[in-house]
Design a protein around this ligand. Sequence first.
Ligand code: HXC
Length: 260
Amino acid sequence: MEFENIIFKVEDGIATLTINRPKALNALNKATVEDIEKAVDYIAESKDIQVVIITGAGEKSFVAGADIKEMADYGPAESGKWAAYGAGVITKIEKLPQPVIAAVNGFALGGGCEISMAADFRYCSENAIFGQPEVGLGIIPGFGGTQRLARLVGLGMAKEIIYSSKNIKADEALRIGLVNKVVPQAELMPAAIKAAKKIMAQGPVAVQIAKKAINNGINADIITGLAFESNVFGLCFATADQKEGMKAFMEKRKPEFTGK
Ligand code: HXC
């Protein structure tokens, strides 16, 4: 698939979505978000894609935020519509059935941090900088930052980061749990692909059901989450993968999953 502002590739079951607007440090204008939406809609329907990696082009920036130049003259109606549209596309990323890894290769500011937080987990390069600098522009995070950051790093940490436009370097991002791993820039994509392959060696249906159980649960009370978990646990026993996974254990061999 060809796009103007993203590079989209599928290889060996892994889709790589690279945000590619280098002249603006990969900032998200409307055209870029529209490209992302098209790719995400395609991924959601794909039977071949098992894991998704989202990254930015170049070695300086993942995404430096929503495009400030495009937004600057918006009024309340237009900006509210833009926030709802972008947040909706980012939620589509979160809701993808396949696991999504953000490989954060530099600045992940504002909308960039927000896209990365819709991924299931984040790896970053040593030069990565996360942040929600919106209040310094007289606005607030509008692509989910006020909601997802607190869920990931806790209320107090999220509030300090958002209220003070604090930049979070890679080592601090690791310490507060915003990223799972920090690696040198050249090792970022190999590390993300290695993590993707580790996931792909598991029962594919089970991985997607686990994602649903975790995401549904985090947005509900624990009793509702636990009820959902036991229902879909039962569902796993309707799959060929469960039969194969347990048979392989008893036969002391590696399972051969079919994703059915
Ligand atoms: C538009 C941007 C941009 C952005 C960078 N550029 N970030 N353009 N929107 N968010 C452009 C610059 O204008 C410049 O183009 C080129 O990219 C290179 O950037 P520089 O500033 O020259 O690079 P550098 O000095 O290295 O500084 C890097 C930076 C800085 C620290 C990342 O660019 C920066 O602070 N960017 C804005 C970060 C930010 O505030 N993000 C949050 C946006 S609000 P020209 O042509 O001028 O040379 C947001 C809200 C989300 O995300 C919700 C919306 C509803």
